[in-house]
Design a protein around this ligand. Structure first.
Ligand SMILES: [Zn+2]
Length: 315
């Protein structure tokens, strides 16, 4: 591949370069590794730690970048992890500390916005123009239990949707949700540009289980194989596809008592948990909005109005 420059990082053919890209007019830096293959091919971007306390995804992206040998590659892999160094070091769930905004609701970002908006804009304007495909790695955040799943948003082009489905089948996680548009996410911003973008989630609760790290790292490896960037034949998993991903949100502030666990099968209308006040009196009862499988559950006792309580993979 020809030499690639992103910000101040310059990677010649057949080299790996580590460094940072700076969010303009701010002190915020985002880690970037450019692995520029000896031979020509496609470019895959992997982002981990857009939410800075989702540790297995961050560690898996770091390990994958470190494992790659540019001399054996046809094409490029770009790694950004942890994207949100500021929330990583603040051990902050869900949001960027400077502005309290969820970075995965700010894409494609704003050049002159708040810090999270400018981080998103910097990725979209400096990195994404160089790529053919994107894997955005996530997991359950500090107070969030979660079973591994994949997701994507349908793009304008059927050919791009087929490419994203192929990436999902290669990744190695069976559950796939394909919900309607959720504004501001990486997958939505990529779909707008007709770039295949796969959301992959594994890990939970501030833990760093080797099995979750391995699952995500292997998934990135498989997709890089599928794209012909690294040698070998990618595996193929039979996907279980769910078209909806409804969330239950809290309508009250108080104490949350879930009555289901991740992976449970639920029926529409089934009670999934209750909120009580600080004296043990029940304030509200919550029902599943659909038949499906519980993908994620808020485990924190404390709950605020409008917080997500759980998410269901539903047909
Ligand atoms: Zn996340």
């Amino acid at each position: 591949m020809s030499t690639l420059q992103i910000g101040t990082l310059i990677a010649a053919t057949g080299t790996k370069v580590n460094g940072f890209i700076t969010v303009p007019n701010s002190p915020v830096q985002m880690p970037l590794t450019i692995i520029n293959g000896a031979k020509a091919g496609k470019t895959l971007l992997i982002t981990g730690g857009i939410h800075g306390a989702e540790y297995p995804c961050i560690e898996s992206a770091i390990r994958f970048g470190a494992s790659l040998d540019p001399q054996q590659m046809s094409g490029r892999v770009l790694i950004m992890s942890p994207v949100s160094l500021n929330s990583f070091h603040a051990r902050q769930a869900f949001v960027v500390p400077e502005d309290g905004k969820n970075l995965n609701r700010q894409f494609p970002g704003k050049a002159r916005g708040t810090i999270a908006e400018r981080m998103a804009f910097t990725i979209m304007s400096e990195v994404v123009p160089h790529i053919d495909a994107w894997i955005d790695l996530h997991g359950g955040d500090l107070p969030e239990a979660l079973i591994p799943f994949l997701g994507y948003e349908e793009a304008a082009s059927p050919a791009v949707n087929a490419q994203t489905l192929d990436m999902a089948a290669a990744f190695g996680i069976e559950l796939l949700v394909r919900p309607d548009h959720l504004a501001g996410t990486t997958v939505a911003a990529a779909a707008q540009l007709n770039i295949p973008c796969l959301l992959a989630e594994a890990g939970q609760l501030g833990q760093r289980e080797e099995s979750d790290i391995h699952l995500l790292q292997q998934g990135c490896h498989n997709v890089a194989q599928l794209m012909g960037i690294i040698p070998g034949t990618a595996p193929r998993t039979n996907l279980r596809i769910f078209e909806n991903w409804p969330w239950v949100r809290a309508a009250h502030t108080g104490c949350w008592y879930p009555q289901v666990k991740i992976g449970d099968h639920v029926r529409k209308g089934q009670t999934v948990g209750v909120v009580k006040d600080y004296f043990g009196e029940q304030i509200a009862e919550y029902q599943s909005p659909a038949d499906g499988i519980i993908l994620l559950v808020m485990t924190a006792l404390s709950v605020n109005t409008n917080d997500p309580l759980l998410g269901v993979a539903a047909d």
